[in-house]
Design a protein around this ligand. Structure first.
Ligand code: GDP
Ligand code: MG
Length: 319
């Protein structure tokens, strides 16, 4: 496939081209870089939603139902599912894909699983690059599903326009969420599995915690939505709240702020990863190897070695 042909096919929504582009981007190939470069002025159309929360809270089920609703409304939807990978096999769990297969065959829907471990470079950067591909391919919504554990997963969930945190009624879930840093990043909170006892208490507990968040009249107060994803209940209310949040971002001109933040982070990340590549050449790896024993034996401090490496790097840069 010619590179230019590939770009054109992506813009036309060709599924095989999109698939290929996503792989190139995920593997950070030069073709991938070229694609991102080629589409960089064509994005900004797609609305990005992050869905996060503890394992088993119903994120995939909810994403599935929300996708169906969006498709019914005439939208095209892409899903980036960041699968937790098993440390034993290194393989992505299949469960998510099986459950999501319900929407998987729909031509208006594109699902992509992404490994959370073993990817080169930042996970959130990879996910956001995938989002750019879907954006260029004219998807109206891109939903990023990640487990709400670990910083890199949280980074994925918050590098979007609207972040949805999915919890369940079980007592203590909101406390756990608070510990995991989920309370700060949610724009909308969902108490899923509201068919279970304690849903209303969970909502009250959440309200208490959320009221402690810094806010004034200009900040968005996160609504709490009760859903039963497995019975497709409450999904319309969730959609209404997403729309409310979208309007709020527009009104307050925060849409641009979020996108500028994303761009800033992207550029910062790229600087770091490019510098890292340039920095660790064979010569400096040798310097490190030759010093490490002395560091271990306490003859020289780590900071000294760092300085030596940086001096070497600076002297190699031609001004
Ligand atoms: N009782 C009940 N079960 C649900 C609900 N939503 C999802 N489930 C079930 O909870 C389990 C985990 O759901 P899943 O979507 O895979 O959770 P995820 O790990 O957060 O993606 C599945 O067996 C779902 O069928 C709900 O609203 N009520
Ligand atoms: Mg899931």
């Amino acid at each position: 496939m010619q590179f230019n042909g590939l770009l054109e096919k992506i813009l036309n929504g060709d599924r095989r081209a999109i698939s290929r582009a996503l792989s190139e981007v995920e593997n950070s190939t030069s073709t991938g870089e070229g694609i991102l470069e080629g589409i960089s002025n064509l994005i900004g159309h797609s609305y990005r939603i992050g869905v996060t929360g503890p394992p088993g809270s119903g994120k995939s089920t909810l994403t599935n139902q929300l996708t169906k609703l969006l498709v019914e409304k005439g939208f095209r939807v892409a899903i980036v599912a960041v699968d937790p990978t098993s440390p034993f096999t290194g393989g992505a769990l299949l469960g998510d894909r099986v459950r999501m297969s319900e929407v998987g065959t729909n031509q208006k829907v594109f699902i992509r699983s992404m490994a959370s471990r073993g990817s080169l470079g930042g996970l959130s950067q990879k996910a956001s690059d995938a989002g750019d591909v879907f954006d260029a391919a004219q998807f109206d919504y891109t939903i990023f599903e990640t487990v709400g554990v670990g910083q890199s997963e949280l980074d994925v969930a918050k590098a979007v326009d609207t972040t949805i945190v999915v919890l369940v009624p079980e007592s203590g879930d909101s406390i756990q969420a608070m510990k995991a840093g989920l309370m700060e990043i949610g724009d909308i909170f969902v108490v899923n599995k509201s068919d279970r006892v304690g849903a209303d208490q969970a909502v009250t507990a959440l309200q208490v915690i959320l009221s402690m968040r810094d806010h004034d009249e200009t900040t968005w107060l996160p609504p709490i939505v009760k859903t039963i994803a497995s019975e497709n209940k409450g999904i319309d209310l969730l959609f209404d709240q997403i729309s409310n949040h979208k309007s709020f971002l527009n009104e307050k001109k925060l849409f641009e702020v979020r996108r500028l933040d994303r761009l800033k982070n992207k550029i910062k990340d790229l600087v770091v990863s490019n510098l890292r590549k340039e920095f660790w050449n064979a010569e400096r790896k040798l310097i490190l190897e030759s010093k490490i024993q002395n560091v271990l034996e306490g003859k020289v401090s780590p900071a000294k070695v760092v300085q030596e490496l940086i001096d070497d790097f600076k002297s190699s840069v031609i001004y």
